[in-house]
Design a protein around this ligand. Sequence first.
Ligand code: ATP
Ligand code: MG
Length: 430
Amino acid sequence: MRIPIKEVTPQTGQAEVIGWVHEVRDLGGLTFFLIRDRTGILQVTIPKKKVEEEVLATVREVSKESLVRVRGSVKAIEKAPGGRELVPESFELLARSESPLPLDVVEKVPADLDTRLDARFLDARRPRVTAIFQIRSAVTRTVYDYLFTRDFVNITTPKVVAAATEGGTELFPIAYFEKEAFLNQSPQLYKQMMMAAGFEKVFEIGPIFRAEEHNTTKHLNEATSIDIEVSFVDHRDVMQLLEDLIVHIYRTVQDQCASPLEILEIGELAIPHTPFERLPYPDAIEMAASATGETISYGDDIGTVAEKAIGERIGSHYFITDWPTAIKPYYAMPCDDDPSVCKAFDLMHPRMELSSGAARVHQHDLLVSQIRAKGLSPENFEFYLAPFRYGMPPHAGWGLGAERLIMTMLGLGNIRESVLFPRDRHRLTP
Ligand code: ATP
Ligand code: MG
């Protein structure tokens, strides 16, 4: 019976493992194989004089990254990985690997990201890459656990839609029979509609599609959004939930992902300082202006350079609050005392934006006028507007980019490293 490589110890006596050939070294009388599965690496030592000819015949044929099944006795040996080696009685080639390999799994030859992504299945055999996706999986589980524990209802909303959520140019049109349709930019309108349905607390972890024209290290054309929406609360409540969730995710990864973190050479995750600073937009642009020497006027977006400058000053996660209504989406609630400012916020990591959220407009007529003010036509949003005429509760929510969360947590240089099969301007395969 096959056992995971991690569990092979001298005490096991006999063991059978299945793994990929990580390395082969032929020293004349002795051949060493390193065999790898997702749990670790095992040295297989073949004293040519002592093993059957049948085994030797197979051994001669095996190329790197082939899949083999090996059975034999385990012995303690100091120099081998994990302090043990296996001397085979049987050595079976299950699936041969072609050579040369499109990518060196052992990482002796550094490969650029494009080459790695082209051969992602091989790239993902590397412990470093496996570690990233083990951590990503732990993060997803943590989010589900956290929200389920707090009585959130998990929902699934359509990704093929008739109207642009945010308006604008970042839309992917698709062929949908005789109708005009798009890939959804966010679940925003649908999660809000579920507030009208009385679901009270909903969340979705799902794809969002943005036709971002430019290749940057923090944008994908298909990303994963962690979205929540909650009734009867305001923006401050969902900000607190977001802050608590982020810290909980970091702590959980620190506690539960010791071995992938070690592979990534991250001893201690930098747990974000709490409470996260709440930086009003006017202070944010002033800070950015003084740090960069650029002029940023009230009502300008906070661009990448400004974002970085503020991040360096603050040095930990923070919120930008009190945004001008004019530069936030129509569904953000204006402040009661000054409607030119709205109840929207961005959660920032020092390197980049992680999340945007707001208290939402729940009054039908105000929403219509805000849609008009953005140059959009309310007629296109009738499916969304109808619920606002039948008892819509006040509500608030946010969308958190899963890849940016992973990327910033693990200090990855490029967002593509946190996605198995990234989609960007030039990449549609694999
Ligand atoms: P940015 O200004 O950084 O491009 P955004 O403000 O356009 O982001 P939102 O519409 O606020 O993005 O989406 C909410 C969150 O979803 C973002 O904070 C980000 O984490 C994530 N996100 C949005 N677009 C992308 C994208 N193209 N690639 C990766 N993540 C994204
Ligand atoms: Mg945003």
